[in-house]
Write a protein that binds this ligand. Structure first.
Ligand code: SAM
Ligand code: DTB
Ligand code: SF4
Length: 327
């Protein structure tokens, strides 16, 4: 196994002793000339990672739509009229077949998402079976199920879960403008439980929701200053969903997205920074700039949870053109 793929499971030592960041320090990164910022991010990146290696996870929505929560960006909230068909929890054999197909295409991790505020115990039992079977295929496992109750993270760990995705999503000060049905502190509480159970933490956010640059810098600080920074940090560009309150948000300047990747890379040097939602609308050149700015993981597969992602053939061609290797 290569060093970089090993550290996907066992985070490298630098995460253990990290500095604390202030919002002004991260804002100062954002304010740098883009070339200087990307150069610095690339230097930091090369101190910690193979700069040509990209980790690839495939997503599957195992339970779609009908969510009780009111996240203003989400196609799956029951509160908005988004044209999405609500579906029950997927049968185990279909999940395992999708994971096997993802492995055959070259994904190293399989991430199963459920549109829940949090899992009920009998639903969790079904997800535990999915984790066990996907793990048995020799893939890394990840789930994103919403907020956890005490004892649930330990059960996931026992089943063989490698990563739990639970995004802080946005700055604590902006959170209430996007989500009212739960709080930023609720999210932190679940992250503590995941960390205490010994599961790797995957936590990042969405940009382009109308937040300020200071809000974006604050989100990075809140992630970087966790007692241990997340091993994986997804940076999502808002995918506007018709019917949601954020459907008509103006598109963020793509260079602001690149700056966010670079700032995350510099503030969390040993974390895997994931170029996440919004890739379908990006040119190959913009994606290459994101990798140069320190992104080193992505979602691989023709769809995310309910929206599209670049087709596998396009990603394979991009990897070949850039000389990137998948880990
Ligand atoms: N219900 C769980 C939760 O909220 O953590 C898991 C599923 S939720 C869809 C996972 C993440 O997807 C969210 O935290 C958010 O960051 C991201 N997401 C959802 N809708 C999005 C959109 N329209 N554009 C970009 N990211 C989105
Ligand atoms: C994350 O940060 N992004 C992924 C994953 N974690 C679960 C989800 C993106 C969802 C984009 C909108 C959709 O497909 O519904
Ligand atoms: Fe539900 Fe998660 Fe969507 Fe919020 S982001 S509405 S919790 S599925």
């Amino acid at each position: 196994m290569q060093a970089s793929s090993l550290s996907a499971v066992a985070p490298c030592a630098p995460n253990a002793a990290v500095r604390r960041w202030t919002v002004d320090e991260v804002l100062a990164l954002y304010d740098m000339p883009l070339m200087d910022l990307v150069f610095r991010a690339q230097q930091v990146h090369r101190e910690h990672f193979d700069a040509n290696a990209i980790q690839r996870s495939t997503l599957l929505s195992v339970k779609t739509g009908g969510c009780s929560e009111d996240c203003s960006y989400c196609s799956q909230s029951a509160r908005y009229d988004t044209d999405l068909e609500r579906e029950r929890l997927m049968p185990l054999d279909e999940v395992v077949a999708a994971a096997r197909a993802a492995k055959d295409k070259g994904a190293s991790r399989f991430c199963m998402g459920a549109a829940w505020r949090g899992p009920k115990d009998n639903d969790l039992d079904k997800v535990l079976a999915m984790v066990r079977e996907v793990k048995a295929l020799g893939m890394q496992t990840c789930v994103t199920l919403g907020m956890l109750k005490e004892g649930q993270a330990e059960k996931l760990k026992e089943a063989g879960l490698d990563y739990y995705n639970h995004n802080l999503d946005t700055d604590k000060d902006f959170y209430g403008q996007v989500i009212k049905s739960h709080t930023h502190d609720d999210r932190l509480d679940t992250l503590d439980q995941v960390r205490d159970a010994g599961i790797n933490v995957c936590s990042g956010g969405i940009i382009g929701m109308g937040e300020s640059r200071r809000n974006r810098a604050a989100l990075i600080v809140q992630l970087a200053n966790l007692p241990t920074p997340p091993e994986s940090v997804p940076i999502n560009n808002l995918v506007p969903i018709p019917g949601t309150p954020l459907a008509d948000r103006p598109r963020l300047d793509p260079f602001e997205f690149v700056r966010t990747i670079a700032a995350a890379r510099i503030a969390m040097p040993a974390s895997w920074v994931r170029l996440s939602a919004g890739r379908q609308e990006m040119s190959d050149e913009l994606q290459a700039l994101c990798f140069l700015a320190g992104a080193n993981s992505m979602f691989y597969g023709d769809h995310l949870l309910t929206t599209g992602n670049p087709e596998v053939d396009r990603d394979d061609a991009l990897f070949a053109r850039l000389g990137l290797k998948a880990v």
